[in-house]
Ligand binder design. Structure first.
Ligand code: F6P
Length: 743
């Protein structure tokens, strides 16, 4: 509106100026017309009175002629009439013939020229008309008209002209304002869409007409500019930022104005367990925890998670908070308590019997129960309330983790519309056909699209997600920008390959590799030069532990020289033991290990050492440093951080990584021996190759992999998400600002 006024006022002034300039012209023009009219009228009157006047003159009756003149000047306009017989005599005239008009100087009034005579009474029009020559007597008639009506008319005309221009100014202004408002709205809508990253050039449906045809070329330019800027910023990020905890803190302080960070996950980073009289603190086997914990140490804030430890309630304050890490507190955990019923439905049921097998496609049928779904919804709501109560500002940064909380982003968005919600899906996303079997697929998708940013490990998973949304929701999917617009909100779907902290904590590398080698061998009753392989996983059917063992069995069949000289230590963290499929799987793993050990364990140490128990990260690192090879054979895995941890642990640049092609990590670590875990012979060949690989080749491969993990560490993972979030917040601030200007 203000903008419109800024335009209208000058317009009105300009039109007033035009009116001011035009009025004198109009005045002159009308005066000329009136003078011409009076000339014509004078000729007419002269012709009309000529005959009777001559008769009276012939009769010599001058008094009658004067009376005749007086009579005809009684009308409104003819002011005076006079007759000059010659240039020397006195005029025979009606009452008001001005004294300044003499018969001697009538020439000045005759013919074309200025006939206006300014008398004290007002302007008069003087016309001199000769009597016709055949007439007797001849002479000249003087006709004087009152021109005061011209002044009156001129005033009126000026007034009308003025009103006309003012009216015109009003109409033009009104039309201008309306057009300006409409165009401004269109422009603003276009700008908003553009700034939100929506493709203006792409229309919602097939055959739909562009809404802003004139805007498209500008939109294209702006869009190109924005993406060039984005690319430039990214290039700068990659080349200039060394990703450390400090760089994350700098982003939070600088780009995100010191906003609070709230992480939400099911699994908590520290679990307090009662062991008799003691309370022990455990760090769970979880890729999510491995990645997020260093981030929270760097950023501080609050981590909301399920309090699942037997002593968890004993150590929290009255707000259910506990400061961690226990030895050097840097952030706090807010624990959420779940009933057995909630845990059964939400965690074991919908999350791990439904979504987990659904997303992994590891040949275990997903199970969906409406009771589980109800608990899943209820627990998501419970966590939402916790997020809202922990938020210290209206626009906190909330990092929602994993498939346990698909509904959380939308639920949070309803209560904290200005929050920046970054959701990270740690597991794969299947193709639309596979995902379609979920009875609540639309609700899950809609819930996730409450996020500002939705991250997956690989582009393949992003593609699958976007395809799924496109197939099942009434959403607008821009495949160029990978933005999804749903319910008036925009979600950026992005690939952020997760990683681990680099460098690893000094404590993890404290014990030298030779010491680790000898200690681990001694602990496992293995000879000093015994070849050692290691696997570290939760005891989960997606990890391909059975396939791994079968490959080891095949190795010993095909290459018996390794019998008694090679042992594979499988660290298997117990997990989800309330689920039948997991119990069954553990039994299968135990049985296969026993079977292989039964077949090949007679000529020395058993080929498989299965350790189904929790190991702290420090113990795991010791195994990594002691091993000759690490075998990761997941059937499907979002990333798999064990692979990266093995690489990080090997500062001696030795050891060989065998890595399933179905992990996200395989895309980043091609120097590993990449295998198909379903292909036992290929895995066997890889095992053999790893066991016989020369140290120089091990070093070459390990060096390259370490370079990658160092560069693409978890601070970069979080930093890039936070930078993208900061850019989004800047854009939406800009949109708000322009909207305010518009109003
Ligand atoms: O890495 C995938 C993941 O599902 C994590 O998200 C999770 O914390 C971890 O595996 C362990 O699973 P759980 O928390 O069920 O023990």
């Amino acid at each position: 509106m203000r903008l419109s006024l800024r335009f209208v006022l000058p317009l009105m002034l300009v039109l007033a100026g035009i009116a001011y300039a035009i009025i004198p012209l109009v005045d002159q023009l009308t005066l000329r017309w009136f003078v011409h009219d009076l000339d014509v009228r004078s000729s007419l009157i002269a012709n009309t009175i000529q005959e009777p006047l001559q008769e009276q003159l012939v009769a010599g009756n001058r008094a009658k002629s004067r009376e005749f003149f007086n009579r005809i000047t009684q009308g409104e306009r003819l002011y005076a009439v006079g007759y000059c017989a010659s240039a020397t005599g006195k005029a025979l005239a009606s009452r008001f013939l001005p004294a300044e008009i003499h018969c001697a100087d009538l020439d000045r009034w005759e013919g074309p020229g200025d006939h206006v005579f300014p008398s004290p009474r007002g302007p008069l029009h003087v016309a001199v008309k000769p009597m016709s020559s055949e007439a007797a007597p001849a002479g000249r008639l003087v006709l004087v008209h009152d021109m005061s009506f011209v002044t009156r008319r001129s005033e009126e005309t000026k007034r009308y002209v003025f009103y006309f221009f003012m009216g015109l100014a009003g109409v033009v202004s009104l039309v201008t304002v309306i057009i300006a408002q409409l165009s401004w709205r269109g422009w603003m809508a276009g700008m908003h869409a553009l700034l939100r990253g929506e493709g203006l050039l792409r229309q919602p449906g097939p055959g739909a007409q562009p809404k802003l045809p004139g805007f498209n070329p500008i939109a294209r330019d702006l869009q190109r500019l924005i993406s060039e800027l984005g690319a430039e910023t990214r290039a700068r990020d990659e080349s200039q930022i060394t990703w450390t905890p400090e760089s994350l803190r700098a982003i939070l302080q600088g780009e995100l104005r010191g906003e609070d960070v709230i992480v939400v996950s099911n699994r908590e980073p520290y679990i307090h367990q009662r062991k008799g009289e003691q309370v022990e603190v455990q760090q769970p086997a979880s890729g999510l925890v491995t990645a997020l914990e260093p981030i929270m140490r760097a950023c501080s804030g609050t981590w909301i998670a399920h309090g699942s430890g037997s002593a968890d309630r004993e150590v929290v304050d009255r707000h259910d908070h506990v400061a961690v890490p226990p030895d050097k507190p840097a952030y706090q955990i807010r624990r959420i308590w779940l009933t057995a019923e909630e845990e059964a439905g939400y965690y074991y049921g919908f999350s791990n019997e439904g979504l987990w097998p659904l997303c992994h496609i590891a040949h275990v049928r997903p199970t969906f129960r409406s009771g589980d779904w109800a608990q899943y919804v209820a627990v998501n709501r419970k966590f939402t309330q916790a997020v809202v109560s922990e938020a210290k500002t209206k626009s906190p940064i909330i990092l929602v983790q994993d498939y346990h909380f698909a509904l959380l982003p939308q639920m949070i968005r309803e209560q904290l519309p200005d929050a920046t919600i970054i959701t990270f899906w740690h597991i794969p996303w299947p193709n639309p056909e596979s995902f379609a079997i979920c009875p609540w697929r639309d609700e899950v998708l809609a819930g996730m699209l409450g996020s500002s940013i939705l991250g997956f490990h690989t582009q393949f998973h992003c593609n699958n997600f976007v395809d799924t949304v496109d197939r099942f929701l009434e959403a607008r999917v821009d495949r160029e920008s990978f933005n999804v617009s749903f319910g008036g909100k925009l979600t950026a779907v992005r690939r952020y390959p997760i990683s681990i902290a680099w460098p690893p904590e000094a404590e993890m590398l404290q014990k030298s590799v030779p010491d680790c080698r000898s200690d681990i061998r001694r602990m496992n009753d293995l000879p000093a030069e015994h070849k050692l392989g290691v696997g570290v996983d939760r005891l989960d059917y997606t990890k391909g532990i059975l396939e791994r063992f079968r490959a080891i069995e095949r190795l010993l069949e095909l290459n018996p020289e390794w019998i008694g000289r090679f042992t594979f230590v499988q660290i298997a963290a117990p997990t989800r033991s309330g689920i039948e499929e997991y119990e069954h799987h553990e039994a299968q793993v135990q049985a296969l290990a026993a079977h292989i050990n039964g077949r090949f364990g007679h000529q020395g140490p058993p080929p498989i050492a299965l350790k189904v128990e929790h190991h702290e990260p420090r113990e795991v690192y010791e195994y990594f440093r002691a091993a000759d090879l690490c075998f990761v054979s997941s059937l499907h895995d979002g990333m798999n951080l064990v692979a990266k941890e093995f690489v990080a642990a090997r500062d001696d640049e030795c050891g060989v990584l065998i890595l399933s092609q179905f992990t996200g990590a395989a895309r980043e670590l091609p120097e590993a021996l990449i295998v198909n875990p379903y292909d036992a012979d290929q895995c066997t060949a890889a095992l053999h190759l790893a066991l016989s690989m020369p140290a120089a080749e091990q070093r070459d491969r390990m060096r390259l992999m370490r370079g990658l993990v160092a560069e693409f560490n978890v601070f970069r993972w979080a930093g890039r998400m936070l930078l993208d979030a900061a850019a989004m917040r800047r854009r939406s601030r800009l949109i708000d600002k322009t909207s305010r200007t518009e109003a």
